[in-house]
Design a protein around this ligand. Structure first.
Ligand SMILES: *Cc1c(COP(=O)(O)O)cnc(C)c1O
Length: 399
């Protein structure tokens, strides 16, 4: 490298040179609205009975929003527990100083991982006697009780004790002295389907099976075990699904998973995706734009190049199907979305400049673009859209 000392009279110190000195809003970024999240949790909790607790599900870095910000605001809104998918996600929350109970929703199956979980005061999800035994041995070794949740499979066929064997296995589990069963739960596979409330739906059959098993294990009247079944969709169906706790992800972030939306529920999106215009050019009529020349201008066209692409997590199959918002107006994205950039037709604007900020998701004036819309257009679900955003996008917390 050359000697990069400036000539005399040039104030070099004014210009940052370190990565952390770069403005997080220099290119493209995600704004996380903590207050919206807090308000969503508060509002969702008004649907619950007073003895029903709210677990904020903050797996996958808080559905891409930043797990620390989400946890802080969810707790302010009244969440009493947190759910993560992995051991690492749980440890990370502890390192941020989160004190609430944390449940790991994924499966830990080695002694080593279960010990790490125990030492960090994280509760594992237990789906077999084998894992239960390991936890009991760990508890014994420390002279303490290992807190955990038991999971029953009622129709998801993923994790959980087999329902036909659970009652018998629970008898054995009760004899383990160094575990503390903090919860018993199951997970709904289809609560966001339109027919979920029909008496013969998978969802109702799962609920009935879960209830039946709980009746058969005959818990003491004064037990402290939390029973839980519902995700966002299950929670929004009705109180029959609430039990002592609900595990809420998507709706806390501001989107209802149900097609039939409750008019009284006013969820606010907590995530805004924004990108700056990095370059502007004017092309003639009949000129092709981006890889493959899939878009050809039908008139003289002014293009804005935005610094965001599929390497940031914008699905490439949305190419040519989305709009962006600037100053309460929509502008169509044109041509293939590339790895790091995309083009937008701004012919109708004379106010957009290099450096102008465009909204890809969220609201501006009375215009809104939702991840639900992106999900529909790219043939996926909003959960996948939210957790596709990459680390390259700085998360900026705003109120
Ligand atoms: C992700 C997850 C949830 C939250 O689901 P949403 O539909 O986002 O509310 C709840 N429970 C379990 C077991 C999960 O894995």
């Amino acid at each position: 490298m050359q000697n990069r000392q400036p000539k005399q009279g040039f104030n070099f110190d004014k210009y940052p040179i370190f990565e952390q000195d770069i403005d997080p809003k220099q290119r493209a970024w995600i704004e996380v609205k903590g207050k919206a999240l807090e308000a969503n949790v508060r509002q969702l909790r008004t649907k619950l009975s007073t003895n029903c607790q709210f677990m904020a599900v903050v797996k996958a870095d808080g559905y891409g929003h930043d797990a620390k910000v989400v946890s802080d605001y969810a707790i302010r809104g009244g969440a009493s527990e947190l759910g993560v998918a992995t051991l690492k996600e749980g440890i990370k929350l502890r390192s941020f100083g989160v004190k609430k109970p944390i449940l790991i929703l994924g499966n830990l199956y080695t002694k080593r991982d279960l010990i790490i979980s125990f030492k960090n005061d994280l509760m594992p999800t237990i789906s077999s006697i084998r894992e239960c035994l390991i936890c009991n041995n760990i508890g014994k070794h420390f002279g303490l009780k290992f807190s955990l949740h038991l999971k029953i499979d009622t129709g998801m066929s993923r994790l959980g004790f087999e329902s036909s064997k659970f009652v018998q296995q629970f008898e054995k589990i009760k004899s383990f002295e160094n575990i503390s069963i903090e919860g018993i739960y199951s997970h709904l596979s289809s609560a966001d389907e339109d027919n979920a409330l029909n008496s013969q739906s998978i969802t109702q059959l799962q609920r009935l099976k879960f209830n039946e098993l709980l009746k058969q294990i005959n818990l003491d009247q004064d037990n402290e075990i939390k029973i839980h079944l519902a995700n966002s969709a299950g929670m929004l169906l009705n109180k029959d699904f609430h039990f002592q706790m609900v595990r809420v992800g998507l709706s806390m972030y501001g989107y209802s998973p149900l097609a039939k939306i409750d008019k009284n529920l006013l969820l606010k999106p907590a995530l805004y995706l924004k990108a700056n215009v990095a370059f502007i050019r004017i092309i003639d009529q009949g000129v092709s734009v981006s890889y493959g020349g899939k878009f050809v201008s039908r008139r003289q066209t002014k293009l804005a190049v935005l610094s965001i692409g599929y390497a940031d997590g914008v699905p490439r199959n949305l190419s040519g199907k989305i709009n962006v918002i600037h100053n309460n107006k929509f502008y169509p994205q044109v041509g293939s979305i590339t790895m790091d950039q995309m083009m937008v037709d701004i012919t109708d604007s004379n106010e957009i400049r290099i450096g102008s900020t465009m909204v890809l998701l969220g609201s501006d004036g009375d215009k809104t673009i939702s991840p639900l819309e992106w999900a529909r257009k790219s043939n996926t679900i909003p959960w996948e859209i939210l957790c596709s955003f990459k680390n390259r996008l700085p998360r900026v917390q705003v109120d």
